[in-house]
Design a protein around this ligand. Structure first.
Ligand code: NAP
Length: 287
């Protein structure tokens, strides 16, 4: 009996602690998706559209933005605004927040999706490319969360969804800078979850394994991770749906797919020195 009660306590407590919001948002509200014109960002935008949320999509390329807007508005009864910004620029977060405030946008959710990986990493990067990756992957997410906080607070209960990566769970020598930027997003999200709890703003962090949003990711996954990586891959639309569903349920750390989930549990349980050694060996073998 004591054993049964112990199991019930252990397995239900985290769900109770991490699920403060259960309701789906009403229509008339907006979600802002930074990096929402394609890939995982577009899939997240579509999952939000299915729930009748109006959208503000941000990306650099105006043609891709417009195509996403047309597709979403033709499929769902929502309004889609598009803003062309380079999120790595220092001024972007302030200008985006000003645009939203001036229009009195009823902001329910901020999704920080835009990010950059790529085949090149720390030792072969120019200083400009290094700064671009840090600004886009880390600074833009932290800055937008801060500049849009007053609007999210005004329309609470509300949500922040940051997109990190499974690469942020342990250091990867071959992808040093990428995994470092993504671990910064994970740490930031963990703390922000508690900082914003009293304001009734829920913070989630999506950590996908491979998601085939472009051919280069398929090639890299096959080369570096072999069949395990191919098995771990989850389709972009599935990732978007899981991310939105679990964000609305108040889940802090989201890992889509059973394979990726198991891998992420192992990565987080291993001592860092062991995880980094394994990643280093695997990287050397495959290169
Ligand atoms: N795909 C994966 O396997 C995978 C796995 C784990 C984590 N992630 C993370 O998930 C996120 C999305 O990845 P994805 O594969 O979906 O990428 P993607 O297909 O390249 O889409 C990136 C989106 O962000 C926008 N964007 C890129 N740079 C930008 C900038 N400087 N300013 C404004 N917008 C910018 C892009 O539009 P424009 O190019 O027009 O600006 C696009 O809308 C990233 O943070 C990535 O690190 C991806």
């Amino acid at each position: 009996m004591v054993k049964i009660l112990f199991f019930i306590f252990v397995f239900t407590l985290p769900a109770a602690v991490f699920s403060q919001h259960h309701q789906e948002p009403e229509s008339g509200y907006y979600a802002l998706v930074a990096g929402g014109s394609k890939g995982i960002g577009y899939a997240i935008a579509e999952a939000l559209a299915r729930r009748d949320l109006n959208l503000i999509l941000i990306a650099r390329n105006t043609d891709t933005l417009l195509a996403a807007k047309n597709r979403l508005e033709s499929l769902y009864p929502i309004k889609v605004e598009t803003l062309s910004y380079d999120l790595s620029r220092e001024e972007s977060a302030t200008e985006i927040a000003r645009w939203c405030t001036e229009r009195n946008i009823k902001l329910k959710m901020l999704c920080n999706v835009a990010g950059l990986g790529g085949a090149e990493d720390y030792l072969s990067l120019s200083l400009d490319s290094l700064r671009y990756m840090v600004r886009l992957n880390v600074e833009s997410c932290m800055a937008l969360s801060l500049t849009l906080l007053p609007l999210l607070e005004k329309h609470a209960p509300s949500y922040i969804l940051n997109v990190a990566s499974m690469a942020g769970f342990a250091p990867i020598p071959e992808k040093n800078l990428y995994s470092a930027t993504k671990s910064a997003v994970i740490f930031f999200s963990y703390s922000l979850y508690y900082q914003l709890k009293e304001k009734n703003i829920s913070v989630s962090c999506l950590n996908p394994g491979p998601v085939f949003t472009k051919p280069s990711i398929v090639k890299e996954t096959r080369q570096k991770l072999g069949w395990i990586g191919m098995k771990m891959a989850v389709a972009p639309n599935k990732v978007g749906e899981i991310a939105v569903q679990q964000t609305l349920n108040g889940k802090l750390i989201i890992v889509p797919g059973t394979g990726a989930k198991l891998m992420s549990i192992a990565l987080r349980a291993l001592p860092r020195r062991v995880a980094v050694m394994i990643y280093n060996r695997v990287g050397k073998k495959k290169s």
